[in-house]
Design a binder for this molecule. Structure first.
Ligand code: MF3
Ligand code: CO
Length: 291
């Protein structure tokens, strides 16, 4: 239990304003919703204006990484070449690729092709081929602040079936995004994503989800896309998290590659796609921080 702050004390958020004109009413509102039985955010995951600005700066680098990949990606390139692009852009800004050495991850970005769901490890032996669909998941640390987003890329003659998958997973993120607003619930977002994906006959991976991000790489809350409207954590201004559903054409079951202990594949070998937005809850809705 946190020590009670006096109304004239500086606010816990670090704004420098008095508590009574800053987050006092906000805290009271959260307390009421908590007492109704809902999960509410703790203070440490609510970012202040300065932190948000620093996270936006980090995201600028992250967005440029993916923009450069979008520009250069082609058939015949290796996933190691994508890793090189990320390193180069990060270096230009004095940024650090967040995946590198994260829990032993050996590379600077995740590259997941076709039935790879996520956490693919770039390699010079893995060459992009005609018809491939690939997720490039990029995360950047700039001046200690974290950004994280991913996009799909399609190489050459991609089947209509796979194009549709990629389009639907992207759309599902934006359907989810529309639900991101203060005093709503993460489940509003989760259900919107899930409804859109399942309406097209696809399945959503259950075991791996999104996360809070900004001060750390992975913060609370853990974000599911298999939740129901009106459930899961309350969304309040200053929260930053990812919308990053992993969607399979076949069943939702996945397994981890025993050779590298990282790369996740679909159990049935069906194609998988993912899109990821990093989102801020604002006073009146949301802002995309990274894409
Ligand atoms: N963006 C991915 C995530 O949010 C990146 C994982 S980095 C890895 O989990 F090192 F864990 F692969
Ligand atoms: Co992420």
């Amino acid at each position: 239990m946190a020590k009670k702050i006096g109304r004239n004390d500086p606010c816990w958020c670090g704004s420098g304003k008095k508590y009574k004109v800053c987050h006092e009413e906000f805290d009271r509102k959260i307390e009421t919703i908590k007492n109704q039985g809902h999960i509410v955010p703790t203070r440490n995951i609510i970012k202040n204006a300065e932190q948000i600005q620093k996270i936006r700066e980090s995201a600028k680098v992250n967005i440029e990484c993916l923009d450069v990949v979008a520009d250069k990606i082609c058939i015949g390139m290796s996933t190691e070449d994508i890793n090189d692009i990320i390193n180069e852009v990060c270096k230009k800004y004095g940024a650090i690729p967040a995946p590198l050495n994260y829990q032993g991850f050996p590379k600077s970005v995740c590259t997941s092709i076709n039935d790879a769901v996520c956490h693919g490890i770039p390699s010079k032996d893995e060459i992009l081929a005609d018809g491939d669909i690939i997720n490039v998941d990029c995360s950047t640390i700039l001046d200690g602040y974290f950004s994280d987003s991913s996009r799909m890329f399609m190489l050459g003659n991609v089947s209509e079936e796979n194009k549709k998958l990629v389009e639907v997973v992207r759309e599902s993120c934006y359907k989810g995004l529309e639900e991101v607003k203060p005093w709503g619930f993460l489940g509003d977002m989760g259900q919107a994503v899930h409804d859109h994906v399942t309406a097209h006959g696809y399945s959503v991976v259950r075991e791996i989800g999104g996360h809070g991000v900004g001060i750390e790489f992975h913060e609370d809350p853990w974000v599911s896309y298999c939740t129901k409207r009106g459930t899961d954590m309350l969304m309040v201004p200053g929260m930053i998290f990812t919308i990053e559903p992993m969607v399979n054409i076949g069943g939702p079951e996945v397994f981890v590659d025993a050779d590298n202990d990282w790369t996740v594949y679909t159990e049935d070998g069906s194609m998988s796609a993912q899109w990821e937005l990093q989102v801020l809850v604002t006073e009146d809705g949301h802002e995309i921080i990274s894409y």
